[in-house]
Write a protein that binds this ligand. Structure first.
Ligand code: PRX
Length: 655
């Protein structure tokens, strides 16, 4: 581990302009350092002050951090609040007319909703949920397209104390089933269809498929938002239209006041086993994290028009669409469609039309838009932009420079934000009026967060050596547990050798300025187009096909997606005799994975061998497979390999 070296040699540094520093919420490095010092002087007191200043409490807390049962930390535990109250009600007297959401549909139609009306709709829908018997602590699956209704659903659950679990609309019925059963959910909120890139794609029928699978009879209600009005089947006992339960409800709904630690949501994410983890977040600590990072990292101002392009199916869409912007009283844009429809200028046109000030997207989107039309931004008026952000994977310096010069016109700082589903909000990211930025690094931790790069024994590595990224102290927005699996929570994130530090699962190194450079995952998790996929999950999906005996999945660097999925498969029968048979089988297996997990997990390439390269003890040699997938010459020691002849078979690419 400690001999991990970075091959990047990046010397460009961009300090914030005087004009940006002057108006920033945190101006200059001295101000940043003062916050860091304050957090180090009195760690629990620092977070307690912030929680008092930022959250409206029904009953104030008296205790900041409870670490008596580490790593099951509790924050502000005797405080009582409601997250939806903090996102909506608090704005009713101060800015009821301010637009909360500008929704742009796939076809370009724009709908605005102000804070007063959003509050009213959330209350009506919350009352609707209650009318169906849904109550505090119940788990509710949300399987919706990007829409105002997706945000209303999440906020309405928060309002009544129900725990939502949003499932990305690209996941299959099988993935949906797995999450329903694990969470023991009682209801699903979905839509008839979703519209993306001019195409109508079913959602309700996928829910129906899931509900026919084992264990899904726990679902008593399916609430269906009519997005497109196409053909679909309706089960009168179980299914109900969204509009039928929303209309006629009162426009007020007293929030369910909950303890600070009440779970706000569960969000499933991939780990290094075949089974996704239900990451459980708290109410108060999570809310605090999203608000602070809106202020510090996004330098939020009341005049901003904020646009985070992430889907609410991912953590980014939770923290910077459904919660953070609303808690700050921001105006934000939500987009239903895809960046390339009707053409690759869609994002730039939307920035122009909505006068976006703060734009937050993923490196994979940036790379694909460079490829499809690097000159397109110049055709639009992007002068409203003042800040750019990226998230989800390392950004390569060329893409960073294009984003900085062509989209930001050299005027806008870029906040490269490192964080995870588990951390709830940004952990390492520039405060744009303080830190000089460099292409490819997420710079320094936000004030209060203490990170380190350590070796296998949890000791900090020297100088600029690489190692494992850890967070040294508990922080309010962190994961509380894995739903239903506290042991996995402890062993995954707080393994004994890490001395009580939170193990992020990424490798990283620091440069001479102490800036952190993320080098990628060091577990079996891939980042494909910014989406987190477990190699084991894809392997399990492949092996569940009756024709497959064994499978190994690795990532291969990809220009646009960051990584692509390459699968090595051993069939129960013989290897395909000719290329036509192989091609047909590859297509079948790709579709199989699409059905089992979702189209995002389909391997880009599948190769067949009579066996997989294994050590004499039977361990698959993944390092070797990664080299083969990249087409590299094998320079590694293969003397421990049980079956060297297999390598030649696995090098064969079927075209
Ligand atoms: O490997 C890191 C990468 O994404 C992982 C977390 O994935 P997920 O839980 O899906 O959350 C993504 C959105 C917060 C991390 O372990 N990652 C995230 N942000 C960055 C990053 N890698 C490099 N630079 C980043 N800014």
């Amino acid at each position: 581990m400690s001999d991990i070296q970075s091959v990047l040699n990046e010397n460009r540094v961009f300090p914030p302009s005087d004009a940006f520093v002057k108006q920033a919420n945190v101006s200059g490095m001295a101000a940043y350092q003062a916050m860091v010092d304050a957090s180090q002087k009195d760690y629990p007191g620092y977070w307690a002050n912030l929680a008092r200043e930022n959250i409206q409490w029904k009953k104030p807390f008296t205790k900041s951090l409870n670490d008596s049962n580490a790593p099951f930390y509790k924050w502000f535990e005797d405080g009582v609040l409601n997250v939806s109250y903090n996102c909506l009600d608090k704005h009713l007297t101060t800015q009821p007319e301010k637009i909360a959401i500008k929704f742009e549909a796939d076809d370009g139609k724009v709908t605005h909703i102000n804070y007063r009306d959003l509050h009213a709709r959330v209350c009506q829908f919350a009352n609707g949920l209650k009318s169906r018997g849904i109550k505090k602590g119940d788990r509710v699956i949300i399987y919706l397209p990007m829409s105002i209704e997706a945000v209303i659903s999440m906020q309405a659950c928060a309002r009544i104390g129900a725990i939502h679990s949003v499932v990305f609309g690209g996941f299959s019925s099988k993935s949906l089933q797995e999450r329903i059963v694990d969470a023991q959910a009682v209801a699903i909120i979905t839509a008839d269809f979703q519209m993306r890139g001019g195409k109508l794609m079913p959602l309700k029928s996928i829910v129906d498929e899931a509900l026919a699978l084992e264990g899904c009879d726990v679902i008593k209600n399916v609430i269906v938002y009519k997005r497109a009005g196409g053909e679909m089947t309706f089960n009168a006992q179980r299914d109900v239209w969204w509009h039928d339960i929303e209309t006629n409800q009162a426009k007020v709904c007293e929030p369910e006041w909950v303890d600070a630690e009440h779970p706000l949501f569960i969000l499933y994410t991939s780990g290094s086993t075949g089974k996704p983890k239900g990451v459980q977040h708290s109410s108060a600590g999570y809310l605090l994290g999203t608000m602070l990072t809106m202020k510090w990292v996004f330098d939020y101002k009341a005049s901003d028009v904020f646009w985070c392009t992430a889907d609410v199916g991912w953590i980014t869409g939770h923290s910077y669409v459904a919660y953070g912007p609303l808690a700050m009283g921001a105006t934000q844009v939500i987009f239903e469609g895809i960046p390339t429809y009707p053409d690759a200028g869609r994002f730039w046109k939307m920035i122009q039309d909505h006068k976006i000030t703060t734009f937050y997207t993923a490196p994979t989107a940036i790379r694909s838009l460079i490829k499809l039309g690097g000159d397109l931004p110049a055709k639009y008026d992007l002068s409203s932009l003042r800040l750019l952000g990226t998230v989800g994977e390392p950004i390569n310096p060329e893409a960073w420079m294009w984003y900085y010069n062509v989209v930001g016109q050299g005027r806008c700082p870029i906040v490269d934000t490192w964080w995870q589903t588990e951390t709830g909000c940004h952990m390492i990211a520039p405060l744009p009026g303080a830190m000089p930025i460099k292409p490819g690094t997420c710079t320094l931790p936000i004030p209060g967060i203490q990170v380190a790069v350590v070796d296998e024994t949890g000791l900090e590595v020297d100088g600029t050596h690489g190692g494992s990224l850890v967070i040294k102290k508990p922080f309010p927005s962190q994961i509380r547990t894995i739903w239903g699996d506290p042991d996995r929570f402890v062993s995954n994130y707080f393994p004994e050798e890490m001395r009580g530090f939170y193990l992020a699962g990424d490798s990283a190194h620091r440069d001479e300025d102490g800036y952190i450079w993320i080098m990628g995952r060091n577990d079996d998790v891939l980042k494909v187009s910014g989406h987190r996929l477990g190699t084991m999950e894809i392997e399990s999906a492949l092996v569940s096909n009756p024709l497959v005996a064994e499978a190994a999945v690795v990532g291969r660097p990809h220009d646009i997606k960051g990584e692509s999925v390459v699968a090595f498969v051993v069939l129960k029968g013989a290897r395909p005799a000719d290329s036509a048979t192989a091609k047909k089988l590859i297509e079948d297996l790709r579709n199989w994975v699409g059905k089992e997990i979702g189209p995002i997990a389909k391997p880009d390439e599948i190769r067949f061998g009579e066996n997989l390269p294994k050590t004499r003890s039977g361990k698959i040699m993944r390092r070797l497979l990664r080299a083969i997938a990249k087409g590299e010459a094998i320079t590694q020691d293969v003397s421990t390999l049980e079956n060297p002849a297999i390598l030649e078979q696995l090098k064969e690419v079927i075209k």
